[in-house]
Design a protein. Structure first.
Length: 372
């Protein structure tokens, strides 16, 4: 028996054990299907579905449009024209409504897909992918994959991974199971990452935004990188954006154009704006809540994922996989490692290089580091 062989076996054993801790809860999709398969839909039936624990959890986990969820489902399920969706003010509400409408119109396909997932989806594929992007000492906690309709994305809430099932049929009808694995793996990475001890940081209210921004960039950036593992990430994102716009129309254009611009060199602009915002905080020009806002408004929810993704990809490309996994749950290390990778590349128009003195100041004042 070669050491190599036994190593491979124990790794696959560990993968099997981790996979056994992942369960799939189809009740959200089943409730939706029985609602739309039963003839005319009454508003009271929609309300009843949204009161089920799985949909309650979804609504609790939403950080936006909580109040309009019932309206979104009602419009999508009781009116036929797509136009009634598009006057929803927030583009994300429009995406949710289109997702619900798609699931209603394609209910037979959705039922078949649910069956395929229950019979054929192998959690080991997710475990293997997620493991590759975590340090060795990370614990594989129990996870419940909660499938539902209308979220139009994935979300992690405690040990629950809330996953929109129709989205995979919409984004990649020819390879929906693979798309679902990517969605689940992204959220599973968030969950397992949470078992690692995070870097200690200052409790100063004025630094809250800096900690938040660097944590988002690290957490989302690495979780985005694993989604496109082994593929040309830029090309894959572009194809995904085209698919989104084709199906979701205008609400998706607004969102995807912004994140595609990040991949077209726009991350340089966002990172330099982030640097300026952080500098103003250190100079005492903004303090307290306005300091937090000055950072969150630069790195708002549409661009934090792609900007973090660009940083993680840079680390992976220039310094290798291990350098990247060592940054998991360590936002300051992520920033330092990115800086090293960006300097190594030596092309500031492709990879923004921060001011070293500022990075050192972040370490000292925000992350209590004295290793400079
Ligand atoms: Zn995420």
């Amino acid at each position: 028996m070669t050491p190599n062989g036994s190593g491979t076996r124990s790794r696959s054993h560990a993968e099997g054990e981790a996979a056994a801790r992942i369960t799939v809860d189809p009740s959200g999709v089943e409730a939706f299907l029985s609602l739309v398969e039963s003839g005319p839909i009454a508003e009271s039936d929609i309300q009843a579905m949204l009161r089920l624990p799985v949909y309650r959890k979804m609504i609790d986990a939403l950080t936006y449009n909580k109040e309009v969820v019932a309206d979104i489902y009602t419009r999508a399920l009781t009116r036929d024209g797509p136009d009634s969706m598009l006057d929803l003010e927030d583009p994300r509400s429009g995406l949710m409504a289109k997702d619900v409408q798609f699931a209603r119109m394609n209910r037979s396909r959705l039922r078949l897909f649910l069956k395929e997932v229950q019979q054929e989806w192998d959690p080991t594929s997710s475990v293997r992918l997620v493991r590759k992007y975590l340090p060795e000492d990370c614990t594989a906690q129990e996870a419940r994959v909660t499938l539902l309709v209308g979220l139009a994305q994935g979300m992690q809430s405690g040990n629950e991974l809330l996953i929109d099932l129709p989205l995979s049929l919409i984004l990649r009808p020819e390879d929906a199971l693979k798309n679902l694995t990517q969605l689940i793996s992204h959220e599973l990475h968030h969950l397992w990452r949470g078992s690692l001890t995070a870097e200690p940081h200052s409790a100063d209210e004025s630094y809250r935004g800096i900690v938040w921004a660097l944590t988002q960039l690290e957490g989302e950036g690495i979780a985005m990188t694993l989604v496109w593992d082994g593929l040309d990430a830029h090309e894959a994102m572009r194809r995904e954006a085209e698919g989104m716009i084709r199906f979701f129309g205008e609400p998706a254009r607004e969102l995807t154009e912004e994140w595609l611009s990040v991949y077209d060199g726009g991350h340089v602009k966002y990172l330099s704006e982030l640097e300026e915002a952080m500098r103003s905080i250190f100079n005492g020009e903004v303090v307290g809540e306005p300091a937090t806002h000055s950072v969150t408004s630069v790195l708002h929810s549409t661009v934090d994922h792609p900007v973090g993704h660009e940083m993680a990809l840079r680390i992976q490309l220039e310094l290798g996989q291990r350098a990247l996994t060592e940054c998991v749950s360590r936002p300051y290390r992520f920033l330092q490692t990115y800086q090293e990778a960006a300097k190594f590349l030596g092309n500031p128009s492709v990879a923004y290089v921060f001011d070293d003195a500022l990075i050192e100041q972040i370490g000292r004042q925000v992350f209590a580091r004295d290793d400079s």
